[in-house]
Ligand binder design. Structure first.
Ligand SMILES: C[S@@+](CC[C@H](N)C(=O)[O-])C[C@H]1O[C@@H](n2cnc3c(N)ncnc32)[C@H](O)[C@@H]1O
Length: 295
């Protein structure tokens, strides 16, 4: 911190430490967190002094941020699909791209109908909790290999009032579902190649490796899920998978080879094919209806 010890620290001086745009955003979030104030208050009170516990907390958070720790782990929260989620270092920090996966699932899950969906590798519970929150008749099963992640997910479901419609299962991919079948299986599995240099950079250094890396080409877990999904879907049920920027063709091929129909990929806001979906054992009567819904 550039402000000398003992010198008064104002909101304006704290925010002036930003060296570039990303710093400015991080400083605002961390200062707001330390002061328990919204951004609008910070902007309206540049002359306010920060002292006592808030100053100590802010200075230690900013130091940790400068050493690379992700903001969501420092504040313990992240917004996802309009919901505030509790986040710990045991879980992946939910990404904006994954909101596309949720939007695609919501299009396929009618609001007025009781449906069942499973979120495989739920992490913070982001996908399962968002689906349950947006679809009041939906029952969600959320699975993970990490019991610490399941605790965070359960906590998020309770905080957002959907715990009564979410259940949590510990275990590996489809094995965690027993013999149950669903209307929809959704997953954002690990999909980074295990030797990818990005794993040693930025926020990824701090996230659980088991949430990120999946074999030599990043496709290991996507293939496991595609291969086993049909045994857990009703006829006409949907599989929706998030994947890496260059994996859409491989996921489509695997889904088509396994018996999924109407397989296609959806682009994110950056124009990248980010989500691939298809329908299990759909008959021709359903095809026109499905194509209409997608168009
Ligand atoms: C990319 S993170 C996604 C977390 C969350 N769904 C999200 O989108 O923010 C992948 C998740 O899969 C879980 N996972 C990794 N291997 C698994 C396995 N064999 N079976 C079940 N879950 C697994 C990780 O613990 C992690 O929570």
């Amino acid at each position: 911190m550039d402000v000398a010890d003992g010198e008064e620290l104002t909101v304006a001086a704290a925010l002036a430490q930003a060296r570039h745009h990303d710093d400015r955003i991080d400083l605002r979030v961390l200062l707001g967190h330390a002061l328990e104030r919204p951004l609008s208050w910070l902007l309206a009170h540049p002359e306010a002094t920060i002292d006592g516990r808030a100053r100590l907390l802010f200075e230690s958070l900013w130091q940790r941020r400068r050493a690379g720790e992700p903001v969501a782990y420092l504040t313990g929260e992240r917004e996802f699909h309009g919901l505030s989620l509790r986040i710990t270092p045991a879980v992946l920090i939910p990404r904006p791209e994954t909101e596309l996966l949720v939007d695609c699932a919501l299009e396929l899950l009618p609001a007025g109908k009781a449906t069942r969906a499973a979120d495989l590798g739920t992490g913070s519970g982001a996908i399962a909790v968002a689906l349950a929150f947006r679809r009041p008749l939906l029952q969600a099963v959320a699975t993970d290999i990490s019991s610490e992640a399941l605790e965070v997910a359960g906590d998020n479901a309770r905080r957002l009032g959907v715990a009564g419609r979410c259940s949590f299962r510990h275990g590996a991919w489809l094995a965690a579902l027993g013999r149950e079948r669903f209307d929809c299986l959704v997953s954002n599995p690990p999909y980074i190649a295990e030797h990818d240099a990005h794993l040693a950079q930025g926020d990824l250094r701090f996230e659980p490796r088991a949430a990120l890396a999946a074999g030599p080409d990043g496709l290991r877990d996507l293939h496991i899920i595609v291969a086993g999904a049909g045994a857990h879907l009703h006829a006409g049920g949907h599989l929706l998978l998030e994947h890496g920027h260059d994996q859409a063709a491989a996921v489509r091929t695997a889904m088509q080879a396994t018996g999924f129909s109407l397989v296609h990929s959806v682009r994110d806001l950056a124009g990248i094919e980010r989500v691939t979906l298809g329908r299990w054992h759909v008959d021709h009567a359903h095809t026109a209806d499905y194509a209409n819904r997608l168009s």
